[in-house]
Design a protein around this ligand. Structure first.
Ligand code: ATP
Ligand code: MG
Length: 256
């Protein structure tokens, strides 16, 4: 039975998708069977895994509104090495359509139940909002991985996310917990980043992953080739960091 994790942060452009695709590829390198769910209408995780979002017949939208099953919509991203439940712009409509549907927060969870025994890990790339889509992700997950940049406002945004996770834990999904905070796009030369990083360690202790993802241009270049950085340039510093992070995730869930 798969363990399911949301990659979430309501802030935009903090490295959620980069983390989702590279963690997926890093876990594959550790012989894990991985499904990546793209829960963002931008479809970046879909494209970044090598699946053209304009060619999708069924995706997570169809699964959420109940006109396709997960197994019908899932595609194997052969170069990346994992399966993808893809998304495109159509998914934006789900936000409105879900409101009137029964069990609107639990629709992704129910759909994924059907395929959960085929994977070791299911990763969900969330959109940059605390929306009904993200809520579906949080309801379906055992835990949340929060990528964050070590900047001044990062901590402020974190409290909204932590409160949402607490509410989902209390009302919808007693399983849910924060697995860890992942420092991304890190530049050791920037004093402020080091200070915020220390603050994170002080406030959140062992909830902060040991691995730090550096700012690395190879990670940013990889999506235009439809590949995770870990596959595109395995020897780059960014790829190596995500491979190390995948190892840390595997260890961490052993103790869950
Ligand atoms: P959104 O909120 O729009 O979904 P996101 O949180 O998923 O964004 P990404 O798309 O992963 O963020 O990253 C934002 C930008 O930063 C992208 O251009 C990505 O290539 C780049 N980026 C992410 N991580 C790194 C890194 N470690 N080093 C350099 N560039 C990075
Ligand atoms: Mg994204």
């Amino acid at each position: 039975m798969a363990k399911t994790f949301c990659i979430a942060n309501q802030k935009g452009g903090v490295g959620k998708t980069t983390t989702a695709v590279n963690l997926a590829a890093g876990l594959v390198a550790q012989r894990q069977r991985v499904l990546l769910v793209d829960l963002d209408p931008q479809g970046n995780a879909t494209m970044g895994s090598g699946i053209d979002k304009s060619t999708i017949k069924s995706g997570v939208y169809h699964v959420l509104i109940g006109i396709a099953s997960a197994s019908e919509a899932i595609q194997f991203a052969s170069e990346s090495g994992y399966s993808v439940l893809p998304a495109n712009r159509e998914l934006a409509g789900a936000e409105v359509e879900l409101v009137d549907l029964e069990g609107r927060e639990a629709r992704l969870k129910n759909a994924l139940n059907e395929v959960a025994d085929q994977y070791d890990f299911i990763l969900i790339d969330c959109p940059p909002a605390l929306s009904l889509l993200t809520l579906n992700g949080l309801c379906a997950a055992n835990g949340v991985v929060v990528p964050m940049q070590c900047e001044y406002f990062a901590l402020e945004g974190l409290s909204d996310l932590v409160n949402t996770i607490k509410q989902v834990h209390a009302n919808l999904n007693p399983d849910l917990k924060i697995i860890g905070l992942l420092r991304v796009m890190f530049d050791t030369r920037v004093t402020l980043q080091q200070q915020v990083s220390e603050q994170l360690n002080t406030h959140f202790g062992d909830k902060v992953f040991k691995t730090i993802i550096p700012r690395n241009v190879r990670l940013a270049e990889a999506p235009s080739f439809g590949l995770p950085g870990v596959i595109f340039d395995k020897s780059s510093r960014g790829a190596q960091a995500y491979i190390e992070f995948a190892g840390e995730m595997v260890q961490r869930i052993k103790t869950m």
